[in-house]
Design a protein around this ligand. Structure first.
Ligand SMILES: Cc1cc2nc3c(=O)[nH]c(=O)nc-3n(C[C@H](O)[C@H](O)[C@H](O)COP(=O)(O)O)c2cc1C
Ligand SMILES: CCCCC(=O)C(=O)O
Length: 366
């Protein structure tokens, strides 16, 4: 194994070196000045760990059950559109890797393999992410297909009434290459994503046409009535919205700022986590994504109250560099690092990872 691949940062460099610049920019980029994107990472550096000693750590066990899904560790892959942008196989390779690692996969509504192909490749827990389309019949049909194919939960993304101003994509006039399609949707619905126009993002144009910006809390009942699957809201950053989510009967919330790709200047995801955790009943799972790049990061998010943590971009770095094996390497590195962190922290069980683990990182003078 090349020495650089001992960390996710090494895998990131390898992916950067081999992907076309406009694909790299689409994946890596955030919105606006990328303040939120940068801050997502920086927030982890504000926490120091408080290790306890003389604790038996001969068995560190990060296994858990999440909304009925058995996981070998509290880790999953965040929903991301178009995995075939970086690998000819795409989501089926990602699904096999997640299954082997005992991690969750949240497939995206804009997956480039069919929901059924992904389900057939998956050997572990699999959920489906949805954006709320103006055409509700399309949404209803996807929900039915997801149930029939054995998906275990629906994740409704609520931070995207429109797509953030992603300046890299605007500069590149980014369009999804015609060979890579959102195959679960009618081709007419996604045509705008493939239209390259100078100074515009195909994805933003497409979302402007198709996403319903009028969606509000009362509409959730429509989705609830159509499914027996647990419902997760993705993109919650405030205590106010967390309380509303509970009032509207959701089964879990996912604290996320969409990896800094939506509202630039939004709170770093890790900074939003405690207020959401404190606002919901203890039994409601709070999930987290945004900037997690190591087992230490995972442990910090868990200590702040996340039940499980998702990674976005790192899974695509792994997929770009080595297909299924690359994604598996990313997940396995995170597992190895988490177990290592739990051992050296003297916290061998997930339940031991609470706020007593954390102290503020001492600020450098000046
Ligand atoms: C290339 C890419 C595509 C994404 N597509 C979606 C999507 O289709 N639906 C969604 O809810 N979130 C999407 N996201 C956001 C991720 O689910 C997740 O919130 C974010 O990537 C987490 O941050 P991280 O990349 O720092 O781990 C996407 C992110 C990336 C990088
Ligand atoms: C219309 C698909 C948008 C996917 C994406 O880039 C994101 O959600 O960040």
């Amino acid at each position: 194994m090349p020495v650089g691949l001992l960390t996710l940062a090494g895998i990131e460099r390898a992916a950067h070196a081999q992907l076309p610049p406009e694909i790299w920019d689409f994946i890596e980029g955030g919105s606006g000045a990328e303040r939120t994107l940068t801050a997502n990472r920086e927030m982890f550096g504000r926490h120091a760990l408080r290790p306890r000693t003389l604790v038996d750590v001969s068995a560190c066990d990060p296994a858990l059950t999440l909304l009925g899904a058995p996981l070998r560790l509290p880790l999953g892959i965040a929903p991301m559109a178009y995995h075939r942008l970086v690998d000819p196989e795409g989501e089926t390779a990602t699904a096999r890797a997640a299954g082997r690692a005992g991690a969750l996969l949240v497939a995206g509504m804009f997956a480039s393999r069919t929901l059924e192909e992904i389900a057939a490749a998956a050997t572990g827990p699999l959920w489906l992410q949805l954006y709320w389309l103006r055409e509700r019949v399309v949404l209803a049909a996807l929900v039915e297909r997801a149930e029939a194919a054995g998906y275990g939960a629906l994740v409704l993304t609520v931070d995207a009434p429109r797509i953030g101003r992603r300046l890299r994509d605007l500069r590149n006039g980014f369009a999804v290459p015609s060979a890579v399609r959102a195959v679960n949707l009618d081709q007419a619905l996604t045509a705008a994503s493939h239209r390259a126009t100078a100074g515009r993002s195909g994805i933003a144009e497409h979302a402007r046409e198709q996403f319903d910006p009028a969606l509000s809390w009362t509409d959730l009942a429509w989705l609830r009535e159509r499914t027996r699957l647990p419902l997760v809201l993705k993109g919650i950053l405030t205590a106010e919205d967390a309380r509303l989510a509970v009032e509207h009967g959701v089964d879990a919330v996912l604290v996320s700022n969409h990896g800094g790709r939506q509202l630039d200047g939004a709170m770093p995801a890790l900074a939003a986590l405690p207020e959401v955790v404190d606002a919901v009943p203890a039994e409601l799972p709070v999930l987290f994504d945004g900037g997690v790049r190591s087992g230490t990061d995972l442990a910090i998010a868990l200590a702040l109250g996340a039940r499980a943590v998702l990674v976005g971009r790192p899974a695509l770095w792994g997929l770009a560099t080595d297909g299924e094996a690359g994604v598996h390497r990313v997940l396995d590195l995170l597992r190895e690092e988490l177990e290592h962190t739990m051992a050296l922290l003297g916290r061998p069980r997930l339940a031991d990872l609470d706020r007593t683990v954390l102290a503020p990182w001492p600020c450098p003078a000046g």
